[in-house]
Ligand binder design. Structure first.
Ligand code: F0G
Length: 368
């Protein structure tokens, strides 16, 4: 197999793809596992894991991990003769659905929370020709609307993570983490930090690690740490959140469909769920960019914020994982530059050049 031919070509034996189905791919997966030694040094000396890695899912074709699930969902939908797909989204699922549907020549309907999707993601979806239906409310309201539509219009294939093909595709990220760590001789028990919104992705990682363990490719399943934003942390609070709020719009979700499964994954592996504030998320986003040159969207930086918080040891019983730590950076920073620029301005341009930035923007608006 040529490199970067997509996750279906690479992991077909592990995926429930119809035998005759031709993969619909943009070359997703095979994303870098980046060693983050400068970030590691930010952790208190006596509470450092042996190594920290960044699984940069922003390097996928549409800039997020959703491509892994969407290549599966659209490949299977096309093999079954589907003509149109639909999903609710905080943005990344929408961008991925729009791209893969365009490639398949299918119609794509996106139900999006008005005012709740970062501009980069909307731009991608519009460019790919998707039809957008804005709804008042949160992602949870959008998903409820989509479920109703699909019940009445079965010809529309649902490509939210409720579609089991999605999680099958996303579990390949767990395979890659194991394979990449093994390739550099790290076969200790790892810990994986993930941002959690609807809970689908952490469930998919759990599926992937379990499948590898069952096949004898992995000794011990990594501990899974699920990180939510404080204003949208139903799993940490133990109850749904009606008006979820966080600047990490990708994970602004109050009623996670996979909440129970996410908690089961965390319990099964001896990890935990934790919540981080928006300030902690922005600080982590900035550290990642400044220390490692990796620009991740705010929701993705939540995984790093979770590690930093755990390492500070603010709460009793917060042991630092003993093996290598992998923080999954689920989406690219370019998805949401507005938030990064706003944060830079709010911090007074500290270390950056605020005046230059303003002049640049002023000129962009006024060519004279
Ligand atoms: N990180 C990013 C960048 C996301 O876009 C999402 C979810 C998550 C983490 C959380 O994954 O929902 O499986 O727990 N985005 C969805 C979307 C909701 O519509 O793009 P999860």
């Amino acid at each position: 197999v040529l490199p970067r031919q997509g996750i279906i070509a690479r992991y077909r034996d592990w995926l429930p793809v119809p035998p005759e189905a031709e993969p619909l791919t943009l070359g997703e997966g095979d994303t870098p596992l980046i060693r983050a030694d400068r970030l590691l040094e930010e952790l208190p000396r006596d509470r450092r894991p042996p190594a920290v890695f960044l699984k940069f899912e922003g390097a996928n074709p549409t800039g997020s991990f959703k491509d892994r699930g969407m290549t599966m969902a659209l490949t299977c939908a096309r093999a079954r003769g589907a003509q149109a797909v639909i999903c609710a989204s905080t943005g990344n699922t929408a961008a991925a659905a729009a791209a893969y549907a365009a490639r398949a020549g299918m119609d794509c309907w996106l139900v999006l929370p008005a005012g709740g999707v970062a501009a980069g993601k909307v731009g991608q979806a519009v460019a790919c020709g998707a039809r957008i239906l804005p709804v008042r409310g949160s992602f949870d309201d959008a998903l409820a609307a989509v479920r109703q539509v699909v019940a009445e219009r079965p010809e529309l294939v649902l490509v939210n993570s409720l579609n089991p093909d999605r999680l099958e595709g996303q579990k390949t990220a767990a395979f890659e983490v194991v394979d990449q760590l093994a390739a550099i001789g790290l076969d200790e028990r790892a810990a994986v930090f993930l941002p959690v919104g609807n809970g689908g992705n952490i469930t998919a990682y759990h599926m992937g690690f379990r499948a590898y363990a069952a096949a004898g490719r992995l000794g011990r399943v990594p501990r899974l740490y699920g990180v939510q934003a404080e204003g949208a942390a139903p799993l940490v609070r133990g109850r749904p959140v009606d008006r979820p709020q966080t600047l990490a719009s990708a994970i602004r979700i109050g009623r996670p469909v996979y909440g129970e499964k996410a908690l089961a994954a965390v319990r099964d592996t001896g990890g935990r769920v934790l919540a981080v504030s928006d300030e902690e998320i922005l600080a982590a986003q900035r550290l990642l960019a400044r220390l490692e040159g990796v620009f991740a969207e705010p929701a993705s930086a939540a995984s790093v914020a979770g590690l930093l918080k755990l390492a500070r040891g603010d709460e009793p019983g917060w042991e630092v994982p003993e093996g290598p730590v992998v923080c999954v950076l689920t989406g690219h920073g370019l998805k949401d530059v507005d938030t990064a620029l706003r944060a830079a301005r709010a911090s007074g341009g500290e270390g950056g050049d605020l005046e230059a930035l303003e002049a640049l923007e002023a000129r962009a608006l006024d060519p004279e």
